[in-house]
Design a protein around this ligand. Structure first.
Ligand SMILES: NC(=O)C1=CN([C@@H]2O[C@H](COP(=O)(O)OP(=O)(O)OC[C@H]3O[C@@H](n4cnc5c(N)ncnc54)[C@H](OP(=O)(O)O)[C@@H]3O)[C@@H](O)[C@H]2O)C=CC1
Ligand SMILES: N[C@@H](CC=O)C(=O)O
Length: 408
């Protein structure tokens, strides 16, 4: 069984997280792909930096050394900017080495030419991580929405901008403080101007344009506005009017013509992007058959981006047998003695009931109780005919803070 040999270009926020994910998911990868995966080399810029990389893996600042010394099946690229990455990827694709990249700036500029080289070299070029971080929008559009006519895509594509707008609105921090936090969290680009001036979302929109329309518009015809000029006063005024400011990339097709824009917009409650907060990205798609679909999740950061990259990597090799289970797990029976949180509809719950009663302080009416109880205790209440209905709690707010006996 031949081992798959992988080289990483870049060992920053994304590259190091891909490294850790590939190392820690060895057995899962082997089960999915049917082959061992070995990282053979890492390209970096600064050889003096301390890095947590296992002995035996070549760490070098010379691309030539990496390519000449290591036998490589797949290159995972996570460095900044167009060059030197574009030149590196052209040369490896020519040789038939597969590429997985997170680099949207490079793809927006050179995607077409890289795809042509990949075709000639019989190599694959994958780039899920380049648009919307951990949200699988590329795969969804490529594989699952091919028959639909897509008339409208509206998306939050820059995690840093969404994070900054949310922080200013919710925590009243300054623009600079919010940007600094986004940098600390590994969300921002090496040059954060790319984020806050709308370039990053613009590049991602161009990648979507390539994918959906087979081409990009004249860049000078595309509106591109960032979030730099937005103040807390703007945000508060817009929110008072019942709207929220969101940085949105859009692609609208009308009468056979596409219009692309990147701009801060005021969105109303009920709009698919209204509730998208923090570092989350979301893509809302209108398909003529599917209707409106929305994909949402972390749009930046080490692990979500590594997730998209490693999923792409698996797709390069995944056996065609899709009946193979994705996860290797067994089933567990309900533990009747485990305390769980429930919303119970009941006229009253007797003090004698073996239920530890807790009240959230948010009861909608006097017949609704939030209780913590085991499945057995709940069953007893049901048997006693005390409960008209019950629901296990899910989502935010299920941590009940105050412990107040409900009944006297
Ligand atoms: N951060 C995120 O959330 C996301 C980032 N991306 C994209 O992934 C890529 C990497 O981002 P990120 O990890 O955040 O960036 P970082 O700045 O954290 O890391 C960049 C890495 O690339 C290396 N590098 C830079 N220039 C060169 C060069 N000329 N030759 C060799 N190595 C070089 C750096 O080397 P050294 O360590 O020596 O400085 C570093 O290891 C970018 O294209 C970014 O747009 C995509 C999705 C999400
Ligand atoms: N800087 C980017 C990183 C992911 O693409 C962002 O904030 O979205």
């Amino acid at each position: 069984m031949k081992t798959i040999k992988v080289a990483l270009l870049g060992f920053g926020t994304v590259g190091s997280s891909v490294y850790q994910t590939l190392q820690s998911r060895q057995s899962k990868l082997e089960r999915l792909i049917g082959r061992k995966v070995e990282i053979v080399g890492v390209l970096i810029q600064d050889e003096t930096k301390q890095r947590d990389i296992a002995d035996g893996i070549l760490v070098t600042s010379s691309f030539e050394e990496l390519i000449n010394v290591c036998e490589i099946d797949v290159i995972i690229e996570a460095i900044n900017g167009i060059e030197p990455g574009a030149g590196y990827l052209q040369s490896v694709l020519e040789k038939g080495i597969h590429v997985v990249t997170a680099n949207k700036e490079l793809l927006a500029h050179e995607g077409k030419s890289l795809r042509e080289t990949a075709d000639k070299g019989h190599a694959q070029l994958k780039y899920e991580a380049a648009v919307a971080g951990g949200v699988p929008i590329i795969g969804t559009l490529q594989q699952l929405l091919q028959v639909n006519h897509i008339s409208n895509v509206e998306a939050i594509l820059n995690g840093t901008s969404n994070y900054i707008l949310t922080e200013i609105a919710d925590n009243k921090v300054s623009f600079q403080e919010a940007l600094h936090a986004a940098q600390e969290l590994g969300y921002a680009e090496a040059d954060p101007g790319n984020d806050v001036d709308g370039w990053d979302a613009f590049y991602k929109l161009m990648i979507l344009s390539d994918l959906l329309l087979g081409n990009q518009p004249d860049w000078t015809q595309v509106t591109r506005r960032g979030i730099r000029s937005i103040t807390l006063a703007d945000i508060q005024a817009v929110e008072t009017a019942g709207w929220k400011i969101k940085h949105i990339a859009s692609l609208q097709v009308h009468e056979g013509k596409a219009r692309l824009r990147v701009e801060p917009m005021a969105v109303s409650q009920g709009h698919p992007l209204y509730e998208v907060a923090g570092v989350d990205n979301a893509v809302s798609i209108d398909g003529d058959l599917a209707g409106n679909l929305k994909l949402q999740g972390p749009g930046a950061g080490a692990l979500p981006t590594a997730s998209a990259i490693v999923e792409d990597f698996v797709q390069l090799y995944k056996e065609t047998d899709n009946r193979k289970a994705i996860m290797d797990t067994t089933f567990s029976a309900e533990d009747p003695s485990r305390l769980q949180d429930w919303l119970i509809m009941a006229p009253s719950i007797p003090k004698t009931a073996a239920v530890k009663q807790r009240w959230s302080g948010k009861q909608a009416n006097s017949n609704t109780y939030l209780v913590s109880a085991t499945a057995e205790e709940l069953e007893n209440l049901l048997q006693a005919g005390r409960i008209s209905n019950y629901f296990r709690l899910a989502g935010a707010g299920r941590e009940i803070q105050d412990t107040v006996p409900v009944l006297t």
